[in-house]
Write a protein that binds this ligand. Structure first.
Ligand SMILES: C[S@@+](CC[C@H](N)C(=O)[O-])C[C@H]1O[C@@H](n2cnc3c(N)ncnc32)[C@H](O)[C@@H]1O
Length: 195
């Protein structure tokens, strides 16, 4: 694995005026925002930075948030690498959510999967000592490979592992999760923790 070099990453266009207070969590690739909105409503004492590079999806999220008065949700429309490398303070994030990341199934795209990117070192550096990575995917190959990378390459331990089909023991957390469960696909759910 190449060493991650922050100085090679361009600066983000989007920055935060004030860095959110602890306890702070980060969701990368939050899509239309189902999870960040529900999470912030259920956890008013926590702050969450919810990031996605898609303007269209962020716009939909903004609409869904209207009138809710959520003070603990910080929306960021930016590339994850630029924002995390330059704006997220090391050791400041307790929970990192990677829910249904793009799986990049083609062999030639394997180096775009989060767990295969040197950038993951920067994501993990952003975590507190007790930090956790929450990963969900509908791709069996991705689940297996990510687990192997998180344990062997990134030296995390598996704190929780489950798979579900047709039914979930909780309300669907994200737009994609809802779609996959309705289609009868299996979803794989993990929490990885620092050792
Ligand atoms: C498959 S969608 C999942 C969305 C949401 N988590 C859900 O489950 O409904 C993946 C999301 O990751 C975002 N994404 C992919 N690569 C990204 C990057 N480098 N920086 C920021 N967002 C990214 C995409 O724009 C997309 O919204």
């Amino acid at each position: 694995m190449r060493i991650f070099k922050k100085e090679h990453i361009p600066k983000p266009k989007v920055t935060l005026d004030v860095y959110p207070q602890a306890p702070l969590d980060l969701e990368i690739g939050c899509g239309v925002g189902l999870h960040p909105i529900a999470y912030c409503r259920a956890n008013p004492q926590r702050n969450l930075i919810a990031l996605d590079r898609s303007r269209l999806r962020m716009h939909k999220m903004e609409k869904s948030m209207q009138g809710l008065g959520l003070q603990n949700l910080y929306m960021v429309c930016e590339d994850a690498d630029k924002f995390v490398a330059h704006e997220v303070k090391p050791g400041s994030i307790e929970n990192l959510f990677l829910l249904y990341p793009n799986p990049y199934p083609k062999k030639a795209q394997a180096n775009k999967r989060w767990h295969q990117m040197p950038l993951m070192a920067c994501f993990l550096d952003a975590l507190t000592r007790e930090g956790r990575v929450h990963l969900a995917t509908n791709e069996a190959f991705y689940a297996q490979e990510a687990k192997r990378y998180f344990v062997e390459q990134w030296q995390l331990r598996v704190e929780y592992e489950a798979s579900y089909q047709n039914q979930l023991p909780f309300m669907p957390r994200t737009h994609f999760e809802k779609k996959y469960i309705e289609r009868g696909e299996t979803i794989y759910d993990f929490i990885f923790a620092k050792r």
